[in-house]
Design a protein around this ligand. Structure first.
Ligand SMILES: *[C@@H]1O[C@H](CO)[C@@H](O)[C@H](O)[C@H]1NC(C)=O
Ligand SMILES: *[C@@H]1O[C@H](CO)[C@@H](O)[C@H](O)[C@H]1NC(C)=O
Length: 191
């Protein structure tokens, strides 16, 4: 009985803190992140490039910017060039940094969909920001044999669907939790 009002209260708090943090963030640095996979189909053993773009859309510099992508762990992938922990001492207001990392999938399967983590300090407000991605896509890696068989057929086209852009806005930790909650609610309803 008391569960429902409590959840409403928590949701309200989350919404309020989201808007408070959002407005606050606009005062200082405000980092947007995108990740793109520059390959339509991922195949075991074939390296592919991942492009990370970090854009400071705020009005002051972002310091100690750290972006971590936990989706290319040692067991399933090998990072051939670059690092999936990206750091910049400073990203000035309006600046865009682009980094390309080359990754090799070690075997077939589906991986990923773990949120990216971003942290930085806003130089004007001196506020530390920590965020996770709103969403991250599943990475589907074909075995070479299956890929060779499917190649040229329209069946491969669907996989492109999963290789979209992953966007992180400045304060989505709260958004992420809210999204997760509403997902659970939807699930419960469909039962
Ligand atoms: C990845 O990008 C580099 C240049 O940044 C290029 O030399 C290389 O061929 C690319 N690799 C793949 C697999 O697309
Ligand atoms: C490897 O990464 C460095 C920067 O991290 C870049 O300058 C270089 O072009 C990359 N090499 C390839 C082959 O992609």
């Amino acid at each position: 009985m008391s569960g429902k009002p409590f959840m409403t209260f928590v949701t309200l708090l989350l919404v309020l803190s989201f808007f408070a943090t959002y407005c606050f963030a606009r005062e200082g640095a405000f980092i947007l992140v995108s990740r793109r996979l520059l390959s339509e189909d991922l195949v075991e053993g074939s390296p592919f490039n991942v492009t990370y773009e970090v854009h400071n859309a705020g009005n002051s510099d972002a310091q100690k910017v750290v972006l971590e992508d936990p989706n290319f762990g040692n067991q399933d992938f090998m990072v051939l060039n670059g690092s999936v922990t990206l750091t910049w001492d400073v990203v000035v207001a309006g600046e865009k940094k682009v980094t390309v990392v080359t990754v090799q999938p070690l075997h077939a399967g589906d991986f990923g969909a773990r949120p990216l983590r971003l942290s930085y300090r806003s130089s004007k407000t001196n506020v530390e920001h920590e965020s996770v991605a709103l969403a991250s896509e599943i990475l589907f890696v074909y075995t070479r044999a299956v890929y060779e068989r499917l190649k040229g057929s329209h069946l491969l086209a669907w996989s492109v669907f999963f290789l979209g852009t992953c966007v992180i806005v400045g304060v989505p930790f709260v958004v992420y939790i809210l999204g997760d909650q509403s997902l659970r609610k939807t699930k419960r309803k469909t039962k």
